[in-house]
Design a protein around this ligand. Sequence first.
Ligand SMILES: *Cc1c(COP(=O)(O)O)cnc(C)c1O
Length: 377
Amino acid sequence: MNAIESKRIWLSSPHMGGTEQEYVKKAFDTNWVAPLGPNVDGFEKDLENYLDSDIHAGALSSGTASLHLGLQLLGVTRDDEVLCQSMTFSASANPIVYLGAKPVFIDSESQTWNLCPEQLEIAIKDRISKGKKPKAIVAVHLYGMPYNVDAIHKIASEYDIPVLEDSAEALGSSYHKVKCGTFGDIAILSFNGNKIITTSGGGALLSKTKEFRDKAIFLATQARDNAPHYEHSEIGHNYRMSNILAGIGRGQMEVLDAHVDKRRSNFNFYKNNLGDFSEIKFLEEPSGFYSNRWLTCIETSSNELKESIRLALAKENIESRPLWKPMHLQPVFEECDAYLNGISDDLFDRGLCLPSGSNLEEDDLFRITSVIKNILR
Ligand SMILES: *Cc1c(COP(=O)(O)O)cnc(C)c1O
């Protein structure tokens, strides 16, 4: 055993490009130390230019806040039902509850690990037959893999239900060359510390409908009516992004494409080094799908194998984590209805996320794969 502690390898840690501090310094120099200012405006423009010229972006304090406002703008209110992908991070579902509405969870398909179109349609028909048409659909591009956009949006438009596209993990991903974050009636991004780019904490609401974006900013800044004094005819939030943090975002946008390239090359490294072991499977991109490979995930042949890999990595000071535990298995959502096919249960049982940061070095990747190979041999 080496006496020197080996360097900790994280699942996905922040990775600065270099120019972030210049934008932050400028904010200090000009005293724009507030939840508005040139960096906020500039960051929104950067996002719009990157995603699609038809998109309107509003920079907010988190992805969760963006989901909360997005659902509110789609008209979700007390006692409504919202269909939500079960296999996701809890932040996709929590804002449904903030509004007093009820999540109804939908299982995944094996092709993308995202919303299963069949279960989605079964659920919609069943809820309608019970007298309650779902108010919205929360669809997630998990780990950066786009959901089945055509199939999901065809069903959504057939039943005339709006889609809130949770693109928190998928900035830089695309579906038939169209960027993720541009498909939903409203979409959201996250810039949390673990995401592909970060503002340390932050998010954005996106829409082709400018009224949605403008109303989101109105609600995010305490819903102040147009008056010299403070006048309110609606309940607001304090959800705007700080001009300091938007400065970090501006610097990060300069390296977004490089981060996507590096994360995709991490995936290829793992696949090239571990792909020959029959006990391990990788999630492939269906034709036309382009994943930012935010996290590289493996599907192992058994729960026992997944656990031995995870524990062996932990022993070597390497962080890995089981896949997102589906919401229908979470104690807090025990009472919620769910439409299930067993796929997300199985993925949770056998799936593991590997270190995937854009700041991983080749030595780190060799260290990780050699631990895994030792278990498989
Ligand atoms: C990170 C994440 C969010 C929440 O974003 P925050 O900025 O952390 O609030 C929502 N949905 C998914 C799928 C996420 O991964």
